[in-house]
Design a binder for this molecule. Structure first.
Ligand SMILES: Nc1ncnc2c1ncn2[C@@H]1O[C@H](COP(=O)(O)OP(=O)(O)O)[C@@H](O)[C@H]1O
Ligand SMILES: [Mg+2]
Length: 246
C-alpha cells in the first residue's frame, strides 16, 4: 500500500504588493522521506514554508498537509507538524536538557524528563546537557533545535535553512541530526540554498525559481531537467541563471 503523500500542493500563489513571489507552486511530497526545497536567497522558500505551516495565507491555491487542508483545518495541520525557523529558537539561559524538557511539557508528552534525556543522548548532546544552551557552538544549538522538533512525534518536520550560518563541521553535525529525523519515520521538509546539501540529504529535490518549481525529482531527474548537466552545481546554474551563488 502506498502511503498518502505528506503534502499535496496545488497552484499556490502569493504576492507582497506588486512583488509576485509564488506564481503557482505544484508539489507532492512523499511520506517518510527527506524532501528539499532548494532555491536562491529570496526565491520564496520561507514564504512557502509559512503557508504550509498555516502562518501565512496564500492568495490562491491549496495545500493539504498530513491529510488536512491548511485553509480550513489549520488546527489539525498544526497538530501534525513542527517548524524550526531560520533563526535558532533555543533558550540560551536554559540547559540543553531544560530546553527539551520545557518543549516536552508544552507539547503535553508523557514523561517529559525521560523524553528529554533520551533526545540529548540521541543527538550527541549528552556531555553538554547540563550546560546553558547559550554556551553551545552553532552546530550544537541547531542539533538541539532539531531534537526539539521531534518531540511529540510530529508527522511532518519543517526545517528552514537548518545549516545556514554554520561552519563546515557544524553543517556536517546537522546533516547527521537530519538523518536521525528521517530514521524516526517523520517526513522532513527542509529548505536550502545549496544544491550539494539538497542532494546529500534529500531523496527528492524541488528547485524553486521565478515563483515556480523549475525542476523536481532525484539527482538524476534534476540533471536531466538541466539538459543533462554534467554535475549538480552546473545544473543549479543552468536552471536558475548564471551568477547565483551556490
Ligand atoms: N512579509 C513580506 N512583505 C514583503 N515582502 C516579503 C515578505 N516576506 C517575504 N518577502 C519578499 O518575498 C521574497 C521571498 O522571500 P522569502 O520567502 O523569505 O525567500 P527565501 O526564504 O527563499 O530566501 C523576497 O523578495 C522577500 O523580500
Ligand atoms: Mg528564507
Amino acid at each position: 500500500m502506498t502511503a498518502e503523500p505528506a503534502a499535496i500542493i496545488c497552484g499556490l500563489r502569493k504576492s507582497f504588493g506588486a512583488h509576485d513571489v509564488l506564481n503557482g507552486i505544484d508539489l507532492e511530497v512523499p511520506t517518510g522521506a527527506v524532501f528539499a526545497l532548494l532555491g536562491a536567497n529570496g526565491a520564496g522558500k520561507t514564504t512557502t514554508i509559512a503557508i504550509l505551516t498555516t502562518l501565512l495565507k496564500p492568495d490562491s491555491g491549496t495545500a493539504i498537509l498530513a491529510g488536512f487542508d491548511v485553509a480550513t483545518q489549520g488546527a489539525r495541520v498544526r497538530e501534525a507538524i513542527t517548524v524550526t525557523g531560520q533563526s535558532v529558537s533555543v533558550d540560551p539561559v536554559l540547559t540543553g536538557l531544560e530546553n527539551l524538557t520545557l518543549i516536552a511539557r508544552l507539547r503535553h508528552v508523557a514523561r517529559p524528563k525521560q523524553v528529554a534525556a533520551e533526545l540529548v543522548e540521541r543527538f550527541g548532546l549528552g556531555a553538554a546537557a547540563g550546560k546553558p544552551a547559550g554556551t553551545y557552538s552553532g552546530g550544537m544549538k541547531r542539533r538541539l533545535d532539531i531534537a526539539m522538533s521531534l518531540i511529540g512525534a510530529p508527522k511532518i518536520v519543517f526545517l528552514d535553512e537548518p545549516t545556514t550560518g554554520l561552519d563546515p563541521a557544524g553543517r556536517r553535525e546537522v546533516w547527521g541530526a537530519i538523518g536521525q529525523l528521517a530514521d524516526q519515520g517523520a517526513t522532513v521538509i527542509l529548505t536550502t540554498q545549496h544544491m550539494e546539501e539538497a542532494a546529500q540529504l534529500a531523496g527528492s529535490i524541488a528547485l524553486l525559481h521565478d515563483g515556480v518549481i523549475a525542476a523536481i525529482g532525484d539527482q538524476a531527474a534534476i540533471l536531466a531537467a538541466a539538459g543533462n548537466a554534467p554535475d549538480l552545481e552546473s545544473a543549479f546554474l543552468t536552471l536558475t541563471g548564471a551568477g547565483v551563488a551556490l
